[in-house]
Design a protein around this ligand. Structure first.
Ligand code: MN
Ligand code: MN
Length: 384
């Protein structure tokens, strides 16, 4: 019999997601035991995205041994980590089973792990902290989270992905990022060649459509980088990271290869002149004009072709404590360009204010700056 109700010492009935069937002999093990009290399962250690687990990352679970012998309890690998315990029980009765974690958490957020002992099982949650504390110099999101994106599986239209070389908000329905945010400085610019290893992003939540490397083929649109390959040439890892399809949008080829490409070069020139930049690139709307004419979606409807593509770049002379060095004279460049092969010519013709992009998207860009400072620099249109 499956028992879903657990009687506590106070006599109150609480619901627990634990089954307490006797465990049959699994695989090459011969102990028999049940999970005694799933609700009392505890998580030890700290969990941080990008930081490998150690022997201090353990799960303690109460089990009741009815027959001694060998055992093996292992969870699936979720978000890059799993938990396992194996050995032998030498006595019957209730005792603690300690599962040890391994692997490296990929994203922050809370993930559920299922431990199974024979036919008995127990779900336990593990919460992973963001990879980099907020307000750390050079953090890709030092100046804010424009759409309040969150790394939660139900945040399907605004899913936060914190990666080593950039951060982004992803839309499952559109199959593209809403925006990508990154810091670039001289240390990012090296001699690594373009890796061209376009590939699906397998760190999206389970069940989400993963845009494939060939999903844009024949569409008449380029696989347009958000964080550019050219901004990540310090190592093979760095450059390769920009070829994940979660960093791509379908971009009109003439606009991408001329106007946009020269804009990217111009920003890297500012880095070479002794500046560090905080950049956010995003898009909105549906419907662009590429080599095959107009389209609102491609890839069988799984990928939206945005109608407008924008980018902002905050330009700060090289130094430390970046957030304290922004003032009313800080250069802030913003452009907004139709996603069309006819949108050619100098990027300078497409300059706009950050306020105009905020009005069109509903985002609050650079929200970590004071509102009075935002009011000054976000209303200005760059004219250098
Ligand atoms: Mn504003
Ligand atoms: Mn703002």
């Amino acid at each position: 019999m499956k028992k879903w109700l657990l009687l506590t010492a106070t006599g109150m009935l609480i619901l627990a997601g634990c089954k307490k069937d006797p465990a049959p002999t699994p695989g090459n093990t011969n102990a028999t035991f049940t999970i005694q009290n799933c609700a009392s399962t505890t998580v030890q250690g700290t969990y941080t995205a990008g930081t490998p687990l150690t022997s201090s990352n353990t799960i303690t679970m109460q089990v009741n041994i009815t027959k001694t012998g060998t055992y093996n309890v292992t969870t699936a690998t979720i978000n890059g980590i799993s938990f396992t315990s194996s050995g032998s029980f030498n006595a019957t009765g209730v005792q603690n089973l300690v599962l040890t974690g391994s692997g490296t958490p990929i994203n922050n957020g809370t993930y559920s792990y299922l431990a199974t002992a024979g036919s008995a099982s127990c779900n336990f949650p593990v919460t992973v902290s963001p990879s980099i504390p907020n307000f750390v110099d050079n953090d890709h999101m030092l100046f804010g989270n424009p759409s309040r994106a969150a790394t939660l599986p139900d945040s399907t239209s605004n899913y936060l992905m914190r990666k080593a070389y950039y951060s982004l908000s992803y839309s499952q329905a559109r199959g593209i990022p809403n925006w990508v945010s990154w810091h670039v400085f001289s240390g990012d610019l090296g001699s690594t060649s373009r890796q061209d290893d376009f590939r699906p992003d397998n760190t999206l939540p389970p069940g989400w459509f993963q845009v494939q490397s060939n999903s844009f083929s024949g569409s008449g649109f380029d696989r347009g980088h958000n964080c550019p390959s050219g901004d990540r040439t310090s190592s093979v890892d760095a450059n390769s990271s920009t070829f994940l399809m979660t960093n791509m949008i379908p971009q009109a080829p003439a606009m991408n290869q001329q106007t946009w490409s020269i804009f990217e070069d111009s920003l890297r020139r500012l880095v070479n002149l002794g500046n560090e930049l905080y950049i956010v690139m995003g898009n909105y709307g549906a419907g662009g004009t590429g080599n095959n004419g107009f389209a609102s979606t491609i890839a069988g409807g799984n990928v939206t072709v945005p109608s407008t593509i924008w980018k902002i770049a905050l330009v700060i002379p090289n130094g430390n404590a970046d957030s304290s060095r922004v003032n009313i004279n800080t250069r802030l460049i913003a452009v907004s360009i139709p996603n069309s092969n006819t949108a050619t010519g100098s990027w300078k013709n497409y300059r706009t204010s950050v306020d105009a992009i905020e009005a069109a998207t509903g985002y609050d860009l650079l929200d970590r700056l004071t509102t009075s400072l935002q009011a000054v620099i976000e209303s200005r249109i760059d004219n250098l």
